[in-house]
Design a protein around this ligand. Structure first.
Ligand code: SF4
Length: 303
């Protein structure tokens, strides 16, 4: 295997195919509601994550049951419920407990993955997740997006690298798996950030990564800027080169959950390439084979 892929990892760890069921729990985000900053991250338009485009809002449990009912191989699968939309720890601990527990008794649900911000978690919430992890799988997914404080400031992330590092270390002390999200293609960054990002993550107790390319979407600050003055986005070959630099320097034990993102056409303003994330993953694999590259090849050399 050219890099450490999530599907095989899940199969090996849980003994069968595991499918992630994405839900919208109706949270907001402290970077959008005014408590952290104004207007949110500049690239963000969370409409792309709304269930059914905002229609037919179901409880989280109902969403999971509905999505499982559509699965053709449901007798053979296990499920991780993925709380994706906005910041899914942005509520009282009592509320989070009832929310997370509402899906755990569903047949074949083995655990939860929770997408959130590093400034949106505390010891009380981590204790709750630790308790849940005694009986179910738990993973916290933290948005980092860039290892550059300059970029975090320019994209209005509302937290810096130190905050990310501190939260990752604290989460690890509670024994909870961590996934870091990264984005490549900010026009003021260069390809060297790809390898630097891997070296940065290698120093932290991070088990999973998700990578995606910058895309320009409607109703975002960056989208408005782009319409006034378009800037260069990473083309497919450049993006693949970023991925190669990143993966060859990444600790081979880190599991890669995603190597590119997809964006619904109705909210997309601009993208550097039109290939789907599945096609990018395929081309990446081909390229790594052709070049005889493996995840962590330079990580190992540096040891
Ligand atoms: S990208 Fe995430 S953290 Fe940033 S504004 Fe959007 S929902 Fe909030």
């Amino acid at each position: 295997m050219t890099y450490n892929k999530y599907g095989p990892y899940l199969k090996e760890t849980f003994g069968s195919a595991v499918y992630k069921i994405t839900v919208d729990a109706g949270f907001t985000c402290p970077n959008r509601d005014g408590s952290k900053g104004v207007g949110g991250c500049t690239y963000c338009n969370n409409e792309k994550f709304f269930q059914d485009n905002g229609k037919d809002i179901l409880s989280v449990k109902e969403q999971v049951l509905k999505k499982i009912s559509y699965r053709k191989r449901k007798k053979l699968e296990k499920y991780i419920v993925y709380f994706q939309t906005y910041s899914n720890t942005y509520g009282s601990t009592d509320y989070l407990k009832s929310l997370y527990e509402s899906v755990l008794d569903i047949k074949n649900v083995i655990g939860i993955a929770i997408g959130t911000r590093v400034d949106c978690i505390d010891d009380e919430k981590l204790k709750l997740l630790k308790e849940i992890s005694n009986s179910h799988y738990v993973c916290l997914e933290y948005g980092l997006e860039s290892i550059s404080n300059e970029t975090l400031s320019r994209i209005n992330r509302g937290h810096d690298i130190d905050c990310f590092v501190e939260t990752v270390k604290k989460t690890h002390e509670y024994g909870i798996d961590i996934c870091a999200h990264l984005m490549f293609g900010f026009p003021w960054e260069s390809q060297k950030i790809a390898k630097e990002s891997a070296l940065f993550l290698n120093q932290l107790p991070i088990k999973f990564v998700k990578i995606h390319q910058l895309q320009i979407v409607k109703n975002s600050i960056m989208g408005n800027d782009y319409k006034k003055s378009a800037f260069q986005l990473l083309g497919k070959n450049d993006y693949l080169n970023y991925l190669l630099d990143f993966l060859t320097a990444l600790n081979p034990n880190t599991v890669v959950q995603r190597v590119a993102g997809d964006c619904p056409a109705e909210i997309l303003i601009a993208a550097g390439f039109s290939e789907s994330s599945i096609n990018i993953a395929f081309e990446l694999d081909q390229k790594m084979k052709e070049l005889e590259l493996l995840q962590g090849i330079s990580f190992k050399e540096a040891q």
